[in-house]
Design a protein around this ligand. Sequence first.
Ligand code: GLC
Length: 567
Amino acid sequence: MNMRTKEFTLPEAEAQARAAAQAGTEWWRSAVIYQIYPRSFADSDGDGIGDLPGITSRLPYLARLGIDAIWLSPFYRSPQADAGYDVADYRAVDPLFGTLGDFEHMRHQAHALGMKVIVDLVPNHTSDEHAWFQAALQSPPGSAERARYLFRDGSGPHGDLPPNNWKSVFGGEAWSRAPGDSQWYLHLFDRKQPDLKWDHPEVRAEFEDVLRFWLDRGVDGFRVDVAHGLIKAPGLPDWSGQAAMVEGTSDDSGSSGNAGPMWDQEGVHEIYRGWRRLLDTYPGERMMVAEAWIAPQARLVRYIRGDEMQQAFNFDYLLAHWDAAEIRAVVDSSLAASASVGAPTTWVMSNHDSVRHTSRYGLREPGSRPKGIDAAGEQPDEALGLRRARAAALLTLALPGSAYIYQGEELGLPEHTTLEARYRQDPAFFRTQGAEIGRDGCRVPLPWQAEAPSFGFGPGEKSWLPQPDNFARYAVDQQDDVSGSTLELYRELLRLRRDYALGSGQLQWHAVHSPDALIFDNGRLRAVINLGMQPIALPQGALLISSEPLEAPGELPGNTAAWLKLE
Ligand code: GLC
């Protein structure tokens, strides 16, 4: 194993002190949680796909960054039709990523470094290669084996049309015909991801057991995939909208992409109440975070009522444009909605399903196009996007609540916006015949060393998606201990966030003279964000840190943010 970063170990006493400080505080309320996309983080064996030993080797890097927890996207046994969000065995590690022993070692090391470990749970659908679905295919219509999925007879005089008009999130029909069979099965995503029937007691029992399996192995929480999709409206009524994820906000017609009979049904809440009871039987404040692309916030926070999950991703914040009024409105509505149920707010700008915000912020309409950028489209202004992303870090990390960082964000890493079609792997690209560019551009393996093959992602040249040349500039070794680098900026911000207890603080806005400025206090810290192109006057307070060097005293340049210390 090629250890490519400097050795760094958190002294045991410090790790213990951190753990003790977290105990009894409901750590997730203010935690900074770092998303690891395992196939793209670090590759230990040179097959071009990241793995668990690779993650373990880089844990010291994450501890030094100063995060509280890691969340790992799926590493379970899977044919990888949707990069692991198609699980064939929920209790096994896919050989691509290592072994269960590798997981246990990684989990143990993370805890020793004072970091919690959250794993992904994919309950809406299994892989078509899951033993249950295989048994269902081999069993006749009406059999017990089929009752765990949503098999239906087709419509039309010969039953050769889909049972209803639902469309897949990834494009095309949401139904496929069981091979050589009269029936169809539902898949809100790819045809290799059949939806489970959550009214079935065996499905419920199975997932409770899966939760126990990972809780017994010491995980601190679960990120619940497609949390708003498990229960479908009775009778599966037709719906003319498009089942949508990122596009789950209002479209031009004003209809909401997430208001359909497959989303946000009342019955999901009972499931999460049951899981919460189960988690609460374990010591150590185990938590759940909902991935639910629903609006408005008032609906979303129903998933984080006191007896359900602890957190939900705040996608309104991710989707907000680089616009002071819009951001302020989203911050306010998020804080108000989560306060109404006594839950913390989360702040998230990027993840493995959306274009990296560094690139979105470099577009003519900054913050737009979360669903993919390719060479045929407008190319972001890389320097401007990075400048705004650095300012956005001072905004996000000053807000009270829990913040998510998507791997590479701390490097200012841009999207791969010119990836050639022949390399694409996202099923959404294929199911829409390329109309949807897909999510590969944000999933490109991380650069660790500018001069190494695969930029140090693995020991050799291989990288499951090609890395663009500009990744060299962002490599960890180009930024490590380099004053002014984005990595050092994040390290310093996370240290100050902890020192000033910003995650558990309170936000208080200040009146501003510029429509492009945001100014708020959180405890003894004042955050000033200039989203415009022109400089603004810096308010009172001793400068702690700024996202760019300040050129003129008392002035904050355009697309720059600063933290000030209040006396
Ligand atoms: C979630 C995941 C996404 C996946 C989908 C289907 O949205 O984040 O990556 O494709 O669910 O499981």
